[in-house]
Design a protein around this ligand. Structure first.
Ligand code: S6P
Ligand code: ZN
Length: 193
């Protein structure tokens, strides 16, 4: 009993509160901010030439992630606001790189707050799944599923993501094999191919 109490004391964190600026759809005081521009997305879109044109035209931000990180030990939760801008590379909708978790069995919950999109998922064994991301939808990404968000709308796709702090990012086979589906906007229609 005394050992258990001692262990808890060693890991004890102070409770804290963070705020989301609901207008800007950003965390007010993130620990860390990730910014990915078109030039960070080389190798991910079908039309590599269209991506280079976009980079030459000013290298727009594709997405930002505002993170609250806690110690990467079992039991803690980290979370972030993911803000994925609208746009196309050729005809392919803007998307995140996508990743497995390094601790492969860890799950993640995405609560869509604004915009419209698709969560595209795959497993290393070849399973594929898509879920609709629209305000109020909570997409549960189970362990072992690589996940990529795709903005199919005309405004930023904003989600709150909550995941075990130990989860980590594993970009594994995504940079070499991508995902088995792509999402295009053709004549204003969303097309999955
Ligand atoms: C973390 C979570 C998000 C993503 C973010 C960027 O588990 O899924 O914070 O890191 O949406 O995606 P990516 O694939 O570029 O890391
Ligand atoms: Zn994740």
């Amino acid at each position: 009993m005394s050992t258990q109490v001692g262990k808890v004391a060693a890991e004890l964190m102070a409770p804290f509160t963070t705020g989301i600026d609901l207008e800007r759809a950003e965390l007010v005081t993130p620990c860390h901010r990730v910014v990915r521009r078109a030039s960070d997305m080389r190798g991910h879109y079908a039309d590599a030439e269209a991506l280079e044109v976009l980079i030459a035209k000013g290298d727009p931000v594709h997405y930002e992630v505002f993170e609250i990180l806690t110690p990467e030990t079992r039991g803690n939760l980290s979370y972030c606001i993911s803000k994925l801008y609208p746009g196309v590379v050729g005809e392919e909708c803007f998307m995140t790189k996508g990743h497995y978790h390094t601790v492969a069995q860890t799950a993640e919950l995405y609560l869509a707050l604004r915009g419209e999109g698709i969560m595209l998922m795959k497993t290393a064994e070849g399973k594929v799944d898509t879920q609709k991301m629209v305000r109020g939808n909570m997409v549960y990404v189970p362990g072992y599923w690589a996940h990529r968000s795709i903005n199919t709308g005309t405004e930023p796709l904003v989600s709150l993501c909550i995941y075990p702090a130990e989860a980590g990012h594993n970009y594994g086979d995504i940079e070499t094999q991508g995902f088995p589906r792509r999402i295009y906007k053709r004549d204003g229609q969303i097309v999955m191919a």
